[in-house]
Design a protein around this ligand. Structure first.
Ligand code: DAH
Length: 344
């Protein structure tokens, strides 16, 4: 009679449901009874033969349910007892999961800077850093900047209140001077860092930002070498098909000097705004190191030549991530910073 067999299994299931072992001994009894080598469910499987063929499937399902219930209850109670034991042994629950550790993300300026560093490292440039509080010699004089240059004005540069011969550097070009004064060519460095200008803070300008300076001094370094290095850099950062152009410009410490533009396109209103209607974006200033600068830094301009370049990092990051307000970089709003968690 198969209904009897079904009933037997139902009874066992009810039993299992009702049991609540509350000690290790009771749990062990439970295990022996329902899961051990001689458990009570096992002989019921042998009764399968006595069940009508069309009911065998259901009988099998019921047996499996009984087995599963026993297993689940055993595991659940085993875990609970473990926790209890741990609480008693240690005063707290060693098995509890840890508190989630919130992972930070890299700042967008660091992300772009790391890319720039990678590009120049691969072609033999070393990364150096230098001070942010400078003297006039390094920030202006040795960079061939005349005494009456407007950048020297208090309205442009932050001088220290108690020492007007010192200032927050307004450009990373200061590192050129430090490098040339302390090393012999060949010199091939890039130098990232923070710079400060007495600006009215707006969406497009900030009183602090980051630059990367580059300097290459050796025998026979030419304008063509500079152009090649800059082209390589632009390709790596913007893609193989990038177009660049050099526009004549002026910097006190380079001669000749140029401004580098990359072609951005003019397909949208945004492109017009970003490129001021030209289709070209300015990415850096550059030039051949002025012989006066070499001389002032103790390098013989008859023997050595060099090129230098400098670029703003925020600008590149704004372009890359379509950030339209430079102030965001310094506000440390976590909602802004979190958006770069998966960037690298
Ligand atoms: N120091 C310049 C600035 O802050 C940028 C620059 C231009 C750096 C030309 C250079 C250079 O090394 O050769 O605007």
């Amino acid at each position: 009679m198969s209904s009897e067999h079904f009933e037997k299994v139902q009874v066992i299931i009810k039993e299992i449901d009702a049991k609540n072992p509350s000690s290790e001994e009771e749990l062990e009894q439970f295990r022996v009874q329902y899961l051990g080598a001689k458990n009570q469910i096992k002989p019921l499987f042998a009764m399968m033969r006595e069940v009508a063929p069309e009911e065998r499937k259901n009988f099998g399902l019921l047996l499996n349910e009984a087995k599963q219930k026993a297993e689940e209850k055993f595991e659940k109670i085993q875990n609970e007892l473990k926790k209890q034991k741990s609480r008693v042994d240690h005063g707290f629950d060693l098995t509890a999961p840890g508190l989630p550790l919130p992972l930070g993300s890299r700042h967008p300026v660091s992300i772009v800077l790391n890319q720039i560093i990678d590009i120049f490292r691969k072609i033999g440039f070393t990364v150096v850093e230098n001070r942010e509080i400078e003297d006039e010699w390094h920030n202006f004089t040795a960079l061939n900047t005349p005494d009456d240059h407007p950048a020297r004005d208090m309205t442009d540069t932050y001088y220290l209140k108690n020492d007007l011969t010192r200032m927050l550097r307004s450009q990373t070009s200061t590192v050129q001077v430090h490098e040339m004064e302390s090393k012999k060519p060949p010199i091939r460095i890039i130098s990232p860092g923070r710079v400060y200008r007495n600006e009215t803070i707006s969406a497009r300008a900030h009183a602090q930002f980051h630059q990367v300076e580059g300097l290459y001094v050796d025998k026979d370094v030419s304008f063509a070498d500079m152009k090649q290095v800059i082209k390589h850099f632009a390709r790596e950062l913007y893609g193989d098909d990038v177009r660049i152009r050099l526009r004549p410009s002026y910097f006190p410490f380079t001669e000749p000097s140029a401004e580098v533009d990359v072609y951005w396109g003019l397909n949208s209103e945004e492109d017009y705004r970003m490129t001021k209607g030209t289709g070209w974006l300015e990415i850096m200033g550059c030039g051949m190191v002025d012989p006066n600068v070499l001389q002032m830094c103790g390098i013989d301009p008859e023997v050595y030549t060099g090129f230098a370049f400098g670029m703003g990092i925020e600008r590149q990051a704004m372009r890359k991530y379509k950030i339209n307000d430079i102030r965001m970089f310094f506000e440390n709003d976590i909602r802004f910073l979190r958006q770069f968690a998966s960037a690298h």
